[in-house]
Design a protein around this ligand. Structure first.
Ligand code: NAP
Length: 250
């Protein structure tokens, strides 16, 4: 590595994104920690990284808002000079529901945050990384979900469909920019112990479902983060357009 790589992780104040940020900082990346509302949590991650000798800063921004995304990328450039890697991790889920009981505002929000948001962020990254635009290349990792394969009937088909869109986006974009120095890959986590389950009103769900999973346990955020770090790294130099299941077999 000839320079310290800079990385933006969306939704890095908690859960999987926070793990990615910590492990990336340990691997030598300068890390921009995006969050939308929990500035205390984001500041804690920054302090933890700095305490270990790493470099990080927190940046508020709603990935579903174009002005916020433009401001986020401008801040990363101002702070780090360039961006080498992007992890599109921020995402939302909603309460267990059948489609015929969901209102339109839920559907619009789901698609805006989980699909349009990563696309807005990625567009800014490609404009800076692509050799077509005078950039030096880069790496993008999209955080999908096993829900994209399973469909999540009677749970949240809207969320599952948003992640299906991310998988298609990953494959298509990887080919679109393959000759421009950018690799694009995805991970599909299974059930991982984070706050996301509480956010949809079922904080104990990981515990309840653990015994029914192939490995008889749910996953930890670091187990997903390690897969993300691999895809970001030069060890994955010939890997693009791939989606890695990190789901304990389901
Ligand atoms: P989490 O613990 O709920 O954390 C979500 C993170 O995203 C927080 O940092 C939050 O910021 C941020 N965020 C939410 N909406 C945002 C927005 N509009 N703009 C910017 N940031 C936003 O979630 P997680 O479980 O770590 O999930 C991370 C990713 O993994 C998501 O894409 C999720 O779909 C995917 N995933 C998770 C699981 C699982 O079981 N946990 C399984 C499959 C896939 P604040 O702290 O400011 O709210």
């Amino acid at each position: 590595m000839t320079h310290t790589r800079s990385l933006l992780v969306t939704g890095a104040s908690r859960g999987i994104g926070a793990s990615v940020a910590r492990l990336a900082a340990r691997a030598g990346y300068r890390v921009a920690i995006n969050f939308v509302s929990d500035s205390d949590a984001a500041d804690r991650i920054v302090r933890d990284i700095q305490a270990e000798g790493g470099e990080a800063f927190a940046i508020r921004g709603d990935i579903a808002s174009e002005p916020d995304v433009l401001a986020m990328f401008a801040a990363v450039e101002e702070r780090f000079g360039r961006i080498d890697a992007l992890v599109n991790n921020a995402g939302i889920v909603d309460r267990k529901s059948r489609l015929d009981e969901m209102d339109a505002s839920r559907l619009e929000r789901m698609m805006k945050v989980n699909v349009v948001g990563p696309m807005l962020c990625t567009r800014q990254a490609v404009r800076r990384m692509s050799t077509r635009h005078g950039g030096r290349g880069g790496v993008i990792v999209n955080v999908s979900s096993m829900a994209a394969e399973l469909g999540s009937p009677s749970l949240y088909v809207d969320y599952a469909a948003s992640k299906g869109a991310i998988d298609t986006f990953t494959r298509g974009l990887a080919l679109e920019v393959a000759a421009e120095g950018i690799r694009v890959n995805g991970v599909r986590p299974g059930i991982i112990e984070t706050d996301i389950h509480a956010s949809r009103g079922e904080p104990d769900w990981p515990k309840e479902i653990a015994d029914s999973l192939p490995m008889r346990r749910t996953g930890q955020p670091d187990e997903v983060a390690r897969a993300v770090l691999y895809l970001l790294s030069d060890d994955a130099s010939y890997v693009t357009g791939s989606i890695l299941n990190v789901s304990g077999g389901r």
